[in-house]
Design a protein around this ligand. Structure first.
Ligand SMILES: [Cu+2]
Length: 192
């Protein structure tokens, strides 16, 4: 019990991510999330042939908005495998979390941190975003990105006005709560 308690303490250090809502929907918080975009996917580590990885990608066309980000934010991919709860920052969508808010036209760097032991393909509607690696001006553009267990992925995007679904593309994770809204408003209505 003492040992287990110690392990739980180590895997659930809330100070690593103060924005996460505490509760049963969070089983662990990655103690040292790493950029794993150069790693082969799970199960492809020792297949005996070359495996393409995100770090191999380069955009064919110049990026349409090469501005550096105005601000940066982290979003944690959280879950509890035993209770089959999935979410973002400790919230299931059915708990009505506050939407992630943006101003139209702003350029934001989002870092996804995977606090679970599964890969999650995270999908944003209405946008292409640029993974933050590769030659400047030719960053790879995606609308979905796999985030490996204990991994983190950063992307930059230019917010387009509207309410946009943001969710894990494993639909049973989405239905279990891993869904949110990117709410993008004109500058005048930014406080709305
Ligand atoms: Cu998922």
């Amino acid at each position: 019990m003492g040992d287990m308690g110690g392990m739980d303490m180590n895997m659930l250090d809330w100070s690593k991510a103060p924005q996460i809502k505490k509760g049963p929907g969070v089983q662990m918080i990655a103690p040292m999330p790493m950029d794993r975009t150069g790693d082969p996917g799970l199960g492809l580590e020792s297949v005996g042939h070359r495996v393409l990885v995100y770090k191999d990608l380069i955009a064919l066309d110049p990026n349409p908005d090469p501005r550096p980000p105005d601000r940066a934010m982290d979003i944690h991919l959280t879950g509890n495998m035993e209770r089959f709860i999935w979410g973002f920052d400790g919230w299931k969508f059915s708990e009505n979390p506050p939407a992630y808010s943006f101003r139209a036209g702003e350029r934001v760097r989002v870092t996804l941190v995977n606090d679970s032991m599964m890969t999650h393909p995270i999908h944003l509607h209405g946008h292409f975003f640029e993974l933050v690696h590769g030659p400047v001006g030719y960053l790879p553009r995606k609308h979905t990105v796999n985030v490996m267990p204990g991994g983190k992925v950063s992307f930059d995007f230019t917010a387009e006005g509207g309410d946009w679904a943001f969710h894990c593309h494993m639909l049973y994770h989405m239905h279990a709560g891993m869904f949110q809204v990117f709410k993008v408003r004109p500058v005048e209505g930014a406080a709305a």
